[in-house]
Design a protein around this ligand. Structure first.
Ligand code: BGC
Length: 375
């Protein structure tokens, strides 16, 4: 009798433990589907910001496919760059019983209420590429080294202008060169990291007069581009040309652009204003989107930053799988990403600069693109 009681006690404790494990140990919903104590086939919600940029389509597809390979069910949603739409999608994922949420936010501060609900339901949250700010309810983060992206963008602007060489050493070229600066969306935490990395790199060259921003627009809010919208960047470039480069002789020679989509808008404003396509300013970018790599091959855009979304997707899936199996995900950065409430443990990848010189080995040899994709 006594033995039976003890055994029953152990079994009950075991069940309680396994329920705690599957609900992330934060109380849980107590739903029936996890009585096995494992999360086999669990639902994972994947929220992506927009389909207007190729990269997010690749990210979403890769994350979904890798989760499905591990037997999970996936609810993949795109927010069309509309905050209320993404908020609603995340609420729906919680209602549908997702056990983990992988979120690339539109506005990194707009999800606090939903993530509070998620935490109450024991759902773990992984911030994908963009940090989620102002909440304790974000468990892990995976991204590329966003400060380094900015450093790389600025360095390639300098290389393109001939101010530094391929090894990053000063060539002695003093310009002065007219440059204009663009930044990303102010509600995307990454945008300030890109900006800070770039500005820290360019500052000595502004200070010694090698680079000149003729418009005088250098502050983040002055040069930011809400929602990373190419049309907004195009309009701003048109305005800059009209206000600062319309005397018939003054030309802009370099443009810091933080994203390929913006670079396309900027190039179209420049060509419409009479800049010949074979004598455009040195223009940077990010994401190695096919259209921009083609533009690099054609000698129009100068550089982009390649971030292998396959690696990022795999990492997010690994984190989710670890969490669903009661394991602690591996991280390699525990200090850079403070979301104002906590420092979010992060797995960081390193970006790669791509120009006409190395696109073949970086993008084609790695299988990211085929030659045909870039024709
Ligand atoms: C991403 C970039 C991307 C930008 C616009 C950022 O959060 O890190 O890779 O270019 O959003 O989509």
């Amino acid at each position: 009798m006594k033995t039976r009681k003890v055994l029953l006690g152990i079994a009950a404790a075991g069940l309680a433990l396994s329920l705690a494990a599957c609900s992330g140990g934060r109380g849980g919903t107590g739903s029936d589907d996890n009585k096995q104590g494992d999360n086999k086939g669990a639902l994972v919600g994947v929220a992506m910001p927009t389909k207007t940029s190729e990269r997010w389509i690749k990210d979403g597809d890769a994350v979904k496919a890798d989760l499905e390979k591990l037997g999970y069910k996936v609810d993949l949603e795109y927010g069309d760059d509309k905050i209320p739409q993404q908020v609603q999608q995340i609420s729906n994922m919680i209602t549908k019983g997702a056990k983990v949420l992988i979120i690339a936010s539109i506005d990194g501060t707009a999800l606090t209420d939903q993530l509070e609900d998620a935490a109450k339901a024991g759902i773990k949250v992984i911030a994908y590429d963009r940090l989620i700010n102002g909440t304790k309810n974000v468990d892990y983060y995976t991204t590329f080294d966003n400060y380094q992206v900015g450093v790389d963008q600025a360095t390639s602007l300098l290389t393109g202008l001939g101010v530094v060489d391929a090894d990053g050493k000063k060539t002695g070229e003093k310009g002065p060169f007219n440059v204009e600066l663009f930044a990303g969306s102010p509600d995307d935490n990454n945008a300030t990291f890109f900006y800070n990395g770039a500005m820290d790199t360019l500052k000595p060259y502004f200070d010694d007069g090698t680079l000149v921003v003729k418009s005088g627009q250098t502050g983040f809010t002055q040069i930011a581009t809400l929602r990373w919208d190419p049309a907004t960047a195009k309009k701003r470039m048109e305005n800059l040309i009209a206000s600062t480069y319309s005397d018939g002789t003054t030309k802009v020679q370099g443009i810091l652009s933080p994203y390929d989509g913006l670079s396309i808008g900027i190039i179209s404003a420049l060509t419409a204003a009479g800049y010949p396509t074979d004598a455009l300013p040195v223009i940077t970018g990010q994401d190695a989107e096919a259209a921009s790599v083609k533009s690099i091959i054609a000698g129009q855009q100068y550089s982009t930053i390649y971030k292998d979304t396959r690696l990022l997707g795999k990492e997010a899936v690994k984190m989710a799988d670890d969490l669903l199996n009661g394991k602690k995900p591996e991280v390699n950065d525990t200090k850079s990403y403070d979301n104002k409430v906590k420092v979010v443990p992060t797995y960081l990848f390193q970006p790669t600069v791509v120009t006409k010189d190395n696109y073949k080995e970086v993008l084609i040899d790695s299988g990211y693109y085929t030659e045909a994709d870039l024709k």
